[in-house]
Write a protein that binds this ligand. Sequence first.
Ligand code: ADP
Length: 248
Amino acid sequence: DVRHGPILYLEDVTVSFDGFKAINALNLTIDDGELRCIIGPNGAGKTTMMDIITGKTRPDSGQVWFGSRHDLLTMNEPEIASLGIGRKFQKPTVFEALTVFENLELAMAADKRILPTLTARINGEIRDRIDEILEIIGLKPLHARPAGILSHGQKQWLEIGMLLMQRPRLLLVDEPVAGMTEQEMERTAELLTGLAGKQSVVVVEHDMGFVRSIARKVTVLHQGSVLAEGSMDQVSSDPRVIEVYLGA
Ligand code: ADP
């Protein structure tokens, strides 16, 4: 039977660096298929929170669950990734000398040093998946071009496509529109909203216009815990949020 409810669950999570609580009694629930934006001033703990979810940083206390069955605090980074948690860092890291298609192919390869086409014909299933993803990320016309010729925005989309090859259940995306043109931002909003539903997406972003354009629900982090949560209109009219953003 189908299991509803949260895909990701953090309860009372705290982590200190040299006595400073970067994350302080953080509670966060992400529902299955949800698109959530995380905002907050510099130093609010956004990066540390992502590091905790992916297993890069261990909290001092609290609980982190993926679905209702996987206690992420008992797992290491590769184990967490293999559950279907994909993370996109701010800077794109595509292989510039390889074609767009080959980049996607490589994302499927067990051994990242060897392209499947160099060893054997890639199977139809992988080719279909690549075609599907080229469509989603809008790079079909460029599939045979080296990734090095892509614009900054196109490289970001390719990298999201590379993560999608693994069929993640949860995508963590760090500042996707930094450095993008208006037009690229609009396309990125379409891409991310299109992905939600099929998988859960958590976006950390500074650009409020972009957040407003995509978000159903926004979580505001401040000093390592949740200051406010709700629609962009709700959180942006919350006096505590206004104080944090304007009062510094
Ligand atoms: P954000 O991503 O919201 O800007 P971070 O999670 O990067 O915030 O940082 C939260 C706080 O924790 C900051 O004050 C930062 O200086 C501190 N911090 C983060 N990582 C470390 C670390 N490895 N060692 C010491 N302090 C850290």
